[in-house]
Design a protein around this ligand. Sequence first.
Ligand SMILES: [Ca+2]
Ligand SMILES: [Ca+2]
Ligand SMILES: [Ca+2]
Ligand SMILES: [Ca+2]
Length: 324
Amino acid sequence: MNKFKYYFILIITCLSLFSCSKDDNSIEEVPLRDFGEQFAKDNDSIEKYLNNYYIEEITDAPGKLEDQDIKMTKIPEGGNQAPLMSYLNSPTFPKLLTRTIKLHEITYKLYYLVLREGVGEKPCDVDGIFATYKGTLLNETVFGQSFDPQGLWNLDGTGANGVFVEGWRQVFPQFRTGTYDESGNNDGTLVYNDFGAGVMFLPSGLGYYTGNSSIPAYTPIIFSFKLYELRRYDQDNDGIPSYLEDINGDGYVRTLPGGDPNPDDSDKDGVPDYLDIDDDGDGFTTRSEITVNGVVTPFATIPDCSGDTTTSGRKRKHLDPSCH
Ligand SMILES: [Ca+2]
Ligand SMILES: [Ca+2]
Ligand SMILES: [Ca+2]
Ligand SMILES: [Ca+2]
C-alpha cells in the first residue's frame, strides 16, 4: 500500500515541477542544459573562487549567535593570504573537503569547508535540522539568510520548510549538532556551543539548477551554515526512525535519480527501507514484526530470529525474510 503511495507522491512531484510551462503556449520551452557540461563550468567557477578568496575572519564567540561566522574575502592584487584551496584535506580545522555524488547520470564533486565538526549527533539526509545559514553567489551577492537557531528545515523536502537543495542533504550529514544550555542568556535566548559550522560550495546541479526569484539559472552558490540541533523522523511510520534504516551507516538513505542503486533497500524492490513498510519483503509489515503485546520494540532490542537481542550486527527479524 505504501509503495503505491510513494509512487503517487513521485508522480505528483513530477507534475508540479512541470506544470507551470504547460499553461503558457506563447513561451517556447527551453530544454534543460546538459548536467555534465554545466557541472564542468560550475566547478571551474568554484575552483577559481577557492583559489582567489581567503578566510579573513572566523568569529570566536562561544555561546553567541555570531560564533563561527566566517568572512571570506578576495585576495588583493599581490596579496599573500592563503587561499581557501590551501585548506584542502588539511589535518587541522578549518579543512576543505570534497564529496563525490552520483546524480543526474554524472559524478559531481562538491567542496565544503569544515570550520568545526560539532560534538553532538549527525543528521541523516531525511532528518529535520535546526540550522542557520547565509547564502551568497560567487560574486558575493547575498540571496538569502536565516539567523534563527530554532528554524527547522526538513531535509526530506516536506512541510513549509522543506529543503530542495541537494547540497544541503549531502553536506549536513557530515556535521554534528552542538550543545545548548536551557537556562539561557539573560534575554531568554538559549546558549549554544560547540555546534557544527561550515561552508558549502554548490555547483548549480546541487543547488537551484534553473534558478529562482533571487538566483539566476545555472549559477553556483555558497552557503555558510551552523547546525544546532536535529529532529529524527520515521517517514514510513514503521516504528524505526529513518536514520536507523541506514543499512550501510553512511548517513544517507535516499535514492538519487540517475545515481547508484540504493544500498539501503533491503528487499531490492526499488523502495528504500526508510519508505518501505515491509523492509524485507516477506509480506509482513515491519511494524507488525517488531510489535509485542501492542508495544513497538525499540530498535536497540529488536531480536534476530533466534530471539537474541544483544549481539551487535545480528540480523534483526524485520530484515530477515525467513522470519516474522
Ligand atoms: Ca521507518
Ligand atoms: Ca546509507
Ligand atoms: Ca524495499
Ligand atoms: Ca517484513
